[in-house]
Design a protein around this ligand. Structure first.
Ligand SMILES: Cc1ncc(COP(=O)(O)O)c(C=O)c1O
Length: 339
């Protein structure tokens, strides 16, 4: 295993040994090839550079107590990338090719999969982009698909802690009939102004409201929002949020605990009625929300008044991370063990 101080790893990029690439040309995908370069030789008129034809995924591999490497729900990421490709008219990466390249990238960089117990994981970043030249606004005829991996540290060092969020009304991440449901780079570029503003004001992230009415919760930066009210798990239904795979898991886990699940519009005025609130996504799994501040109304909603994350979300967190690491049985069939 590589000589890395796993416990001090951040959620950043570290060079690994190999990445895997495939090229779409003349209507078909090439055989995947392995590269040890961190760079692309890209055409100056590639549609990714000019017209944002680009989609990506984010997923993790974990090493269990048995030293085996576990991939988590990778088919969901493959499906989401197909949907993103359809959303911005790119060539689709077939699920089998996606899987083959992800497995290969992980396997070839096996020494970078952090040890069990370190809290770190191997982050997997599949990337699809228009690489053919166009000057007029139209979809590229050629595409590149690439998978790189990089080890990342635990999101919360020293245990899960509540974070504070700021409501944002002056920037929209995505429009209701736009690209919010796809994992395309343009949404992230559009969110940066709001995220930087929130960080500058000492908030962990921003809560985007729906772009049309500015009344309902959309997402928490690059994560879905959820809340707990009694025995109910509540999460926003919206045409402009990314369908989070973590959220999907939490919903299934909540149901398995006998909780009721409501996927519906969540009005900002409802925030004080929740017992717990959180943001969920691959990076942190769950970020419990301590406070939500609305700078336009000067309203502050506080959860976790004792400074500790809520009990229900911590239960869900323990269940999900237990399955990911292989500490709990994979009763939902979410894990692929790499041979
Ligand atoms: C905008 C956005 N919402 C939600 C999520 C969470 O999705 P997942 O749980 O699949 O990581 C992400 C991260 O991928 C994201 O970028």
């Amino acid at each position: 295993m590589e000589n890395i101080n796993w416990k001090d790893l951040s959620f950043g990029y570290i060079k690994t040994d190999y990445n895997v690439r495939a090229y779409y040309k003349n209507g078909k995908w090439s055989e995947p090839e392995v590269s040890n370069s961190e760079y692309f030789n890209i055409h100056i008129a590639a549609t990714a550079l000019h017209y944002g034809q680009e989609a990506f995924e984010g997923m993790k591999a974990y090493r269990g107590k048995d030293n085996k490497i576990r991939l988590f729900r990778w088919k969901e990421n493959a499906k989401r990338m197909i949907n993103s490709a359809r959303g911005i008219i790119m060539a689709e990466v077939p699920e089998e090719l996606f899987g083959e390249m992800v497995f290969r990238a992980v396997k070839m960089n096996e020494k970078y999969v952090p040890p069990y117990g370190s809290g770190a994981a191997l982050y997997i970043r599949p990337l699809l982009f228009g690489s053919g030249p166009e000057v007029g606004v139209k979809p590229s005829a050629e595409y590149t698909f690439m998978v790189f991996v990089t080890p990342v540290g635990p999101y919360f060092k020293g245990g899960v802690k509540p974070v504070n969020m700021m409501i944002c009304r002056d920037v929209d991440r995505a429009a209701p009939m736009g690209t919010g449901v796809f994992k395309v780079g343009g949404n992230y570029a559009a969110s940066l102004r709001a995220i930087v503003k929130a960080r500058d004001a000492n908030y962990a992230n921003v809560i985007f409201l729906d772009a049309k009415e500015k009344e309902y919760i959309d997402e928490c930066g690059p994560a879905n929002f959820f809340a707990i009210k009694g025995n109910t798990y509540v999460t926003p239904k919206s045409d402009s949020i990314l369908p989070s795979i973590t959220n999907k898991c939490l919903i299934e886990l909540a149901e398995s605990l006998g909780m009721k699940v409501e996927r519906r519009k969540v009005h900002v005025d409802e925030l004080p009625e929740f017992d717990e609130a959180g943001a969920c996504g691959t990076a942190a799994v769950i970020s419990p929300i301590g406070k939500i501040y609305d700078p336009d109304t000067d309203k502050l909603v506080e959860y976790c008044k004792n400074g500790k994350p809520g009990k229900v979300q911590m239960k869900l967190y323990e269940m999900l991370t237990g399955i990911q690491k292989g500490d709990l049985p994979d009763t939902f069939n979410w894990i692929t063990i790499l041979d």
